[in-house]
Design a protein around this ligand. Sequence first.
Ligand SMILES: NC(=O)c1ccc[n+]([C@@H]2O[C@H](COP(=O)([O-])OP(=O)(O)OC[C@H]3O[C@@H](n4cnc5c(N)ncnc54)[C@H](OP(=O)(O)O)[C@@H]3O)[C@@H](O)[C@H]2O)c1
Length: 222
Amino acid sequence: MRIALLGGTGDIGEGLALRLARDTSHEILIGSRDPEKARDAVAEYEAALEDHTDSVDIKGFANEMAADRADIVVCSVPPYHVGDTVEAVADSLDSDTVLVTPAVGMKGDEDGLHYHPPSAGSVTELVAERAPDEVPVVGAFHNLAAGALADLETDLDLDTLVVADDEAARDTVLNLAGELEGLRALAAGPLANAAEVESVTPLVINIAKYNDDMHDVGVKWV
Ligand SMILES: NC(=O)c1ccc[n+]([C@@H]2O[C@H](COP(=O)([O-])OP(=O)(O)OC[C@H]3O[C@@H](n4cnc5c(N)ncnc54)[C@H](OP(=O)(O)O)[C@@H]3O)[C@@H](O)[C@H]2O)c1
C-alpha cells in the first residue's frame, strides 16, 4: 500500500514514517505544504534509517499530491489545522482512501495539559465532518509519543486505540498499526468514542511531566 503522511515533516510524521519504513514494505509518501521541505525530510529519514533497514521506499510531495497517490492518508498536522488540511486535499480523496487522524486538541496551563475537544466532540469527528461523505475516517495513533517512535533504538511495547465507523477501514488501520514492531492495535469502537481515546493523550503527557524517566511514556492495556 501507499501511505501518505500529510505534514509528515513534523514530529508524529517523522516517528510514523521511520517505523513504517523500517517495519513494513509499504511505500511512504511524506506530504508537506512545501514539497521542497518534504524532500528535505525524506533525506533526513533515509539517513536515520540507514543502519536499520536495507531498503526504504520514501518520497516527498506536496500534501495534495501525496494524498492523491495514497491508499491511506494520515493527517499528521496540528489539531487546529486538520480541518483546513483535509479540505485542501479533499479532491484527492475518495471512497477507496482511508483517512486517518492522530490529532488531539489540548490546552495547557501551569498544572499540565487538559483535553480540549472541538465542538464536533473530538478532532476525529471534526475530520469526519470536514472530509467528503464517502471517505472513511479512522482515528488512531493518538496516545503514542512521537519521540518514542522516532528513536529506532527504543523497543516499543505499547498499544494504540483505533476508532472508526467503517469496519473495513478500521481493519485496514488495525492491520497496518499491528505491523509496527512492539505495537498492538486495539479497536475502541465507532467514531463516537474518539473523545475518550483522544483524552488519554494529555493524561499520558502529564504522567511524563510529573515523573522522572517517564519521558515519551505510552499506554499498554492489560
Ligand atoms: N507529537 C506527538 O508526540 C503526537 C503524538 C500523537 C498524536 N499527535 C498529533 O499529531 C498531530 C501532529 O503533531 P506533531 O507534533 O507532529 O505536530 P508538528 O510537528 O507541530 O506539525 C506537523 C506538521 O504540520 C504541518 N503544519 C504546521 N502548521 C500547519 C498549518 N497551519 N496548516 C497545515 N499544516 C501545518 C507542518 O508541515 P509542513 O510545514 O511541512 O506543511 C508540520 O511539520 C497533532 O494533531 C497531534 O495532536 C502528536
